[in-house]
Design a protein around this ligand. Structure first.
Ligand code: GDP
Ligand code: IMO
Ligand code: MG
Length: 423
């Protein structure tokens, strides 16, 4: 068995990019399996910060191959900008970045449809990153999409035109004010397609089958988080793909019995960007302090992230759905010096106290029940060994491990690659 998964357990931005980069030295292949440029995965090393959108976070290592799987949706325009960002660092992406023929393309009109759909929703908007994710997955499941492999066929431009025309009719149906110049967008799009075609396209399920047979090690890198999963998240305030463990199987063509370790990653507190319920959200100075110290601004949109206490009800649910075998706790350093810490261990829900995630977690239905902890005062960012951890941090970790019944194997104490402590 050779496939491990790394999955965000909250509403995204847990620090997946950082940990994938840290773990890459132990793997032959790093693979993205869902989502697209709605993701923003941050890596920091040698004093430089990199934000990856569609490209797997193993790309800065010499050895590992990086695969974009069939479950991913690719915007050629964003993708090419990402490649240009790598050029500065002399990354040989033509040799170590390969794309599944079955991955779907985000067209310029998918982005416009996303904008029109959100505008039409008014106050009920999802808070989408507006990268065209929802409309592209709709065309995929509606069996209208254009895939990377289509670019090798002569007929693809005809298919493109038909679909783009249909999208334009749909945009006008929304009857909202979306300004655009499609001709201009298409120039950029077709140029980017030519750059994309310089990369290697593969039959990725065959590639993975052979890699597994040859004993190669594979790490599947999740995007978003479990609470944004289209089936298991806070629907409809979710993304349009399966961000959970099962999504790695369908998004790469890997059988469930090939999966071994499932790394679940969470922040020591909780954040969310975009709309939707968030039971432990803080609207006070403590929440503002988390946002300030944690630099909680979206890596893609720059929007402020909403902040709140750790929600164990939601975290347990995510661990169950994913079959998490080991945990990584991120950003404990942000909480240093807080007066007290709170962890939500149950919900008061329609007159009852419950410890599972119910169908509806709208604020009017849910009141969090908290357990309080004294917080550590020490600066964690310079620590390199668990023996240096303050007793309050150890107590927090012990409590979470006991509640979740899963070991916390990595504690991250800063954004840099080096600020990573194994337990
Ligand atoms: P991802 O989408 O899961 O890859 O996470 P993002 O990159 O969107 O957001 C995580 C942010 O936290 C980035 O700015 C990281 O550089 C930063 N980060 C990651 N781990 C830590 C940590 O342990 N401490 C601090 N202070 N920042 C961290
Ligand atoms: P990473 O991989 C945080 C959120 C958006 C919005 C909802 C739907 O960096 O953790 P979409 O663009 O998919 O239609 O948006 O999901 N969202 C994310 N939030 N991190 C992400 O990715 C996200 N990708 C999407 O804010 O609420
Ligand atoms: Mg992110």
């Amino acid at each position: 068995m050779a496939v491990d998964l790394l999955l965000g357990l909250q509403w995204g931005d847990e620090g997946k990019g950082k940990i994938v980069d840290v773990l890459t030295k132990d793997y032959d292949i790093i693979a993205r399996f869902q989502g697209g440029p709605n993701a923003g995965h941050t890596l920091e090393f040698d004093g430089i910060k990199h934000v990856l959108r569609t490209i797997p976070s193993g790309i800065f290592h010499d050895k590992a191959m990086n695969v974009i799987g069939n479950g991913v949706v690719i915007d050629p325009v964003v993708f090419v900008k990402e490649l240009e960002g790598l050029d500065k660092f002399k990354i040989d992406y033509k040799a170590k970045l390969i794309l599944s023929r079955k991955a779907h393309l985000i067209l310029p009109t998918h982005r416009l449809l996303d904008a029109a759909s959100e505008a039409a929703k008014g106050k009920a908007k999802i808070g989408s990153t507006l990268k065209g994710i929802g409309p592209t997955y709709m065309d995929k499941t509606g069996r209208n999409g254009i895939r990377i492999g289509d670019l090798e066929l002569d007929s693809w431009k005809e298919k493109y035109r038909n679909l783009a025309d249909k999208h334009e009719a749909m945009i006008s149906f929304y009857n909202v004010d979306v300004q655009y110049d499609l001709d201009e967008m298409e120039v950029e799009f077709f140029e980017a397609i030519e750059r994309l075609k310089e990369l290697t396209f593969i039959d990725s399920e065959e590639y993975f089958h052979k890699a597994i047979k040859a004993g190669k090690t594979i790490l599947a890198e999740g995007a978003q988080g479990s609470l944004l999963d289209v089936d298991f998240g806070t629907y409809p305030f979710v993304t349009s793909s399966n961000t959970t463990a099962a999504g790695a199987c369908t998004g790469l063509g890997i059988a469930p019995n090939q999966v071994k370790e499932v790394h679940g990653i969470f922040k020591a507190y909780t954040t969310r960007v975009g709309s939707g319920p968030f039971p432990t959200e803080l609207f006070d100075e403590t929440g503002a302090e988390m946002a300030k110290v944690g630099h909680e601004f979206g890596a893609v949109t720059g929007r402020p992230r909403r902040c709140g206490w750790l929600d164990l009800v939601a975290l347990k649910y995510a661990c169950q759905v994913n079959g998490v075998t080991q945990l990584n706790m991120m950003k404990g350093d942000v909480l240093s010096g807080f007066k007290t810490l709170k962890v939500c261990t149950a919900y008061k829900y329609k007159g009852e106290t419950i410890s599972h995630l119910p169908y509806n977690i709208e604020p009017e239905n849910v009141t969090p029940v908290y357990t309080e902890f004294p917080c550590w005062k020490e600066d964690l960012t310079k620590m390199s060994n668990p023996s240096q951890f303050p007793k309050e941090l150890n107590a927090y970790i012990d409590f979470l491990e006991k509640e979740l019944e899963i070991p916390i194997k990595i504690v991250s104490v800063g954004p840099d690659r080096k600020q990573t402590i194994n337990r």
